[in-house]
Design a binder for this molecule. Sequence first.
Ligand SMILES: [Zn+2]
Length: 306
Amino acid sequence: MTRFDRRAFLAGLLALGTTPAWAADAAPGLSVTIDDFDLSPDPLMSGEARDQRLREAVERRGVKAAGFVAGRNAVDEVGARVLTAWSDGGHLIGNHTFSHGYYNGSDPQAYWQDIAKAEAVLKPFAGFRKLFRFPFLAEGKTVEGRDALRKLLSDNGYRNGHVTIDTSDWFYSSRLLARLKADPKADLAPYRQAYLDHMWEKATFYDGVAKTIFGRSIDHTLLMHHNVINGLFLGDLLAMFKARGWRLVDAASAFDQPELIRTYDAMPSGQSVVLQAAIAAGHPELARYPGEDSAYEKAKLDALGL
Ligand SMILES: [Zn+2]
C-alpha cells in the first residue's frame, strides 16, 4: 500500500506557480452525491424522514444533489415515494446496480445484466440519468475487465458517476448507529464533530491532489450514504464548507467538468477519479490503496471513545 507522501504532495503544490492565476485562485466547489438508498429505519427516524432531512439540507442551499440508487432499494412503495420526491426536487437519480455487488472484472456481461436490471427499476422516475456509480468504487481488478465494462457502459449511453472526494462516512455512521442502539439518548455532539472533521480532512486532501494534477480546484462530487450520520448532520456539513469558502454546486454540473468527463487508465482502477488521474499522470505517490477504508479511521474513533 502506498501511503500518502507529504513531500511529493507539497512539491506538487509548489508547481501551482506555473498555472494561470484565475485557475489556481478559484475556490473549490462541492456537490452532494448520496449512495445506496437503504431506507430502513434507524433508531432516531424512519428512512423517509431521513430522506426528507437530506433533501431539505441540500435544497436550503439552492443546489441539486445526485442519488445513486441500488435498484433493490427502490422496488417497494417507500422507495418509489422517495425517488418521486427526488425527481420532483430536480435532483439526479443514477444507477448503482440492482444488487450492489463487487465488480472484480471477471464477468462483465453478468455485471452489466445487474446494471440493466436496475435501469428497469429506476428509469420510470423523471430524475433518472444514465450515470453509473460502481459499488465500493470497484471498477475491476484487471485491465481487460475494466475496459470491457467501460465499453458496455458507453455502448449503452452511460457515463461514470464518479466520486472525487471519497470518504468513510459509512464507518462513522456505523459507529454512531451502534451507540444509538445501545443508548438512544447518547450525546451526539462528539460524533458530529468527528464526522465534520473527517469530511473536511478528506475534502481538503482530494482538492489538494486535484490542484496538483489539474492545476486548479475543481467542483467536487462528495461521496456519502443514505445513513443516520448524514441524516443528522448534512445541513451542518454544508454550512461548514460554505463558511470555509467553498462554493456549493449542482451535482449535474460537477459531473460535466472536462477533466472528469473522461476516463483514466490507472490500475488499480476505481477509487476517487482524482486518484486515478494522479496515477495516470505518473504520480502514484499521491494515492493510497484503498483510497479510504475503516482501517484508517478505527484507531481515531477508538481513541475518542466513539
Ligand atoms: Zn454503494
